[in-house]
Design a protein around this ligand. Structure first.
Ligand code: FES
Length: 100
């Protein structure tokens, strides 16, 4: 069952952060309206989306350039064809939590 896990203070990262809990890797992204989280691995091959480039609400995979909607995990550009999982995020008293 998913539980809220403390990640870090919200001001500890600028745009992206990788968070690992029991071998589960999560990528956190700071957008204009809040913080969002997806699984860290691209759905095409293994590549860390937390190392990707953010453009608008999308992240580009650093390996082959697939583009994912950070809010929904949907694929917006090939070669990936499957979405990435997203996770709930909350910020309380300046601390970021992700539900995994
Ligand atoms: S590993 Fe991400 S697009 Fe290929």
């Amino acid at each position: 069952m998913a539980k809220w896990r403390e990640v870090c203070r919200a001001d500890e990262f600028r745009r992206t952060k990788k968070f690992v809990h029991r071998r589960k890797e999560v990528a956190l992204f700071k957008l204009d309206d809040g913080i969002y989280a997806t699984e860290n691995s691209c759905s095409h091959e293994y590549s860390e989306l937390s190392e990707g480039m953010i453009m608008g609400d999308d992240v580009y995979c650093p390996k082959h350039g697939s583009r994912f909607d950070i809010r929904t995990g949907a694929v917006r550009d090939l070669p990936a064809t499957r979405p990435v999982k997203t996770y709930e995020v909350k910020v309380e008293d300046g601390v970021v939590y992700v539900k995994i």
